[in-house]
Design a protein around this ligand. Structure first.
Ligand code: HMG
Ligand code: MG
Length: 306
């Protein structure tokens, strides 16, 4: 299989961590329900392809996201390998379900906007923090690692532009609760390059350096890879992506798939940046998944290499 010619850029980091969200962010937005056994094999194949972190599922309310109602079954089937994989939990009920299975990493997900907090979590901005506070405290007490997402960092379908200071305030609150990493979500994929640098500068000025930040781009407007390049140059070394570009958010209509992991890997490997990912195995996994979903991947690299 073709690989990119490697021409390193010495101004960039030598290694990047890809945080794979296909099984969670991807599959939560599929109209068809993927059988648990296929989800398990999807996660196993992603791990075998060298992805260092695979967010496996969500312990949210099954009525809110029926696509992931089988979260416990999937984690149980993954066994020991599953225990080190992160899962989404919105509240204490979600945390209890994760603790029952002996999981070690959870991710909470806050919104930068009032409207999306209400639509996605059934709570306003202040109440979302009240919901997360005991989750993070109890998770940390039990020795778990907690990641936090901020959604709608670059724009919101109902509120339009989102002030950078508002995003930083929410992100800072989540880190102050005890989250070890903050993933900045362009939930509807409207962000542009200058906005990415300005947001990162504002987080740095608020005392959050690039090494506690991750970028989570959706590709609705085709800007995800360009935005990732800007964040990389800024100093961010953790990027969320989904195999084959699966994804979206069931509570934000204008969200499409995440930045495709294959597209990100192609760019990083071309720059001589290590990811640990076997691109051929990853493309084979996304091609296999296309068969289960009954539709082609939107990833340009999957289409070029399939
Ligand atoms: P609610 O209805 O306000 O919940 O939903 P509640 O606390 O009032 O409880 C109502 C009932 O639900 C109770 O049961 C609870 O036990 C049960 P009852 O006593 O009536 O029998 N319940 C649960 N059951 C199972 N698991 C749970 C759970 N919690 C409560 N965890 C809630 C509030 C947060 C639960 C709901 O709004 C929810 O599940 N939302 C999740 C939405 C979601 O998953 N969205 C997609 C993920 S976010 C995303 O994709 C963005 C991201 O990718 C970043 C980006 O792109 O920006 C991360
Ligand atoms: Mg997302």
């Amino acid at each position: 299989m073709r690989t990119p010619q490697v021409v390193p850029d010495p101004s960039l980091p030598e290694r990047v961590t890809i945080y794979e969200v296909g099984p969670r962010d991807g599959l939560q937005n599929e109209s068809s329900i993927v059988p648990a056994a296929v989800k398990v094999e999807f996660v196993q194949r992603l791990l075998a392809a060298g992805l260092p972190v695979v967010e496996a599922t969500s312990f949210v309310h099954p009525k809110w996201v029926p696509q992931l109602a089988d979260a416990a079954e999937v984690m149980d089937a993954l066994g020991e390998a599953g225990r080190r994989l992160p899962v989404l939990v919105p509240n204490e009920r979600g945390l209890d379900r994760a603790l029952e299975l002996g999981l070690q990493h959870v991710a909470i997900f806050g919104s930068a906007t009032e409207t999306f907090a209400r639509k996605n979590l059934n709570r306003g901005l202040d109440d979302q923090m009240a919901m997360f506070e005991p989750v993070v405290a109890r998770a940390r007490e039990a020795g778990l690692d907690v990641r936090a997402y901020v959604s709608m960092c670059f724009g919101d379908p109902w509120e339009g532009d989102v002030p950078i200071e508002q995003v930083v305030t929410v992100g800072r609150q989540l880190v102050d609760l005890g989250a070890s990493q903050l993933s900045l979500g362009d939930t509807i994929g409207v962000g542009t390059a200058g906005h990415v640098s300005a947001l990162l500068d504002a987080f740095n000025a608020a005392g959050l350096p690039d090494d506690v930040l991750a970028m989570h781009f959706h590709d609705t407007y085709g800007q995800a890879l360009a935005n990732a390049r800007v964040a990389l140059q800024h100093g961010v070394t953790t990027f969320d992506a989904s195999a084959g570009g699966l994804g979206g958010c069931p509570y934000a209509d204008s969200a499409t798939g995440n930045l495709a992991t294959e597209d990100l890997v192609w760019m990083l490997h071309g720059l001589g940046i290590e990811t640990g990912v076997d691109l051929a195995a990853l493309v084979a996994t996304s091609t296999w998944m296309e068969g289960h979903l009954g539709r082609p991947s939107p990833s340009r690299v999957v289409n070029a290499l399939r």
